[in-house]
Design a binder for this molecule. Structure first.
Ligand code: ATP
Ligand code: MG
Length: 254
């Protein structure tokens, strides 16, 4: 159950797609400066939780508290004001735009939904301020040196960092990362590990990740989804040794 010390608390979240119950009475609490891992097999509902919290899929039920205060279930355009930001599974950069432009788009309300349209119609004053914020976000992922490069000229591991900078530009309190280490090699995974750890100094993170080494080393607590239900939660040791988790997930090699 959530309590007033939680930064974010989700309760009774249910989402269905036609007859498929993608999430059933899911709960999740996130404290300040915490990294919470959301794990589970393919199709368990992890991205759906992010999509629901981002207001891009409708929910059957769901209660949300931020700083102990109840909120209506959010719509996509409310996310920035609620201090929530996300990355997309995959990367989702606009290939023909520069790194800086891609990151600037992260500050627009349409981008928070994941439904990014061509949103570069900033006016002059806003653009200067946004440019500065975007550079700051790029510095946080050690990518300010490539601000003027076209996104499609970047190696894949660098695009993953730019995608995180795009999520950081709105200065979120809650950052939702969907498989930030997906597709990376061992060295880049280690690098990503360190980055996530550093990010937690300035915001709280919900991390969806299949790489168990990343999950186990950066997460303070874990929630495990299986077929849309939370089957286990707690600290890393508790969850790692939970027979239900071993059966559902850790025994599966993906
Ligand atoms: N928009 C949608 N319409 C219909 N079904 C959907 C939709 N989005 C997700 N689903 C279904 O909901 C279930 C949960 O999918 P989801 O993408 O949330 O899983 P996931 O845990 O993120 O998996 P993965 O680890 O493979 O990314 C799956 O059965 C998926 O096919
Ligand atoms: Mg997913």
């Amino acid at each position: 159950m959530g309590n007033s010390s939680d930064l974010l608390s989700i309760k009774n979240l249910s989402v269905s797609f036609g007859g498929l119950k993608a999430l059933s009475n899911v709960y999740l609490d996130l404290h300040i400066n915490e990294v919470v891992g959301l794990i589970g097999p393919n199709g368990a509902g992890k991205t759906t939780l992010f999509n629901a919290l981002s207001g891009i899929v409708g929910v059957d039920s769901g209660e949300l508290e931020i700083n102990g205060k109840g909120h209506k279930w959010p719509k996509a355009h409310q996310l920035i004001d609620l201090g929530i930001s996300r990355t997309l599974q995959g990367v989702g950069l606009f290939p023909e735009l520069t790194v800086l432009e891609n990151v600037m788009i992260g500050a627009t309300k349409s981008a928070k939904s994941g439904l990014i349209s061509s949103a570069l119609g900033f006016n002059g004053r806003d653009e200067k301020r946004l440019r500065e914020k975007a550079m700051t976000a790029l510095e946080r992922v050690y990518a300010s040196g490539i601000a003027d490069r076209r996104a499609d000229s970047l190696p894949y591991p660098v695009t993953k960092r730019v995608a995180i900078a795009r999520a950081l530009v709105s200065e979120p309190k809650v950052l939702l990362l969907d498989e930030p280490a997906g597709g990376l090699g061992a060295q880049d995974i280690e690098w990503m590990n360190g980055l996530i750890h550093n990010l937690a100094a300035s915001c709280s993170v919900i991390l969806v990740e299949h790489h168990m080494d990343v999950v186990m080393s950066v997460c303070d607590r874990l929630y495990v989804l299986n077929f849309g239900e939370v089957i286990s939660s707690g600290n890393v040791e508790t969850v790692r040794n939970d027979p239900a988790v071993i059966a559902a997930y850790l025994g599966v090699n993906n």
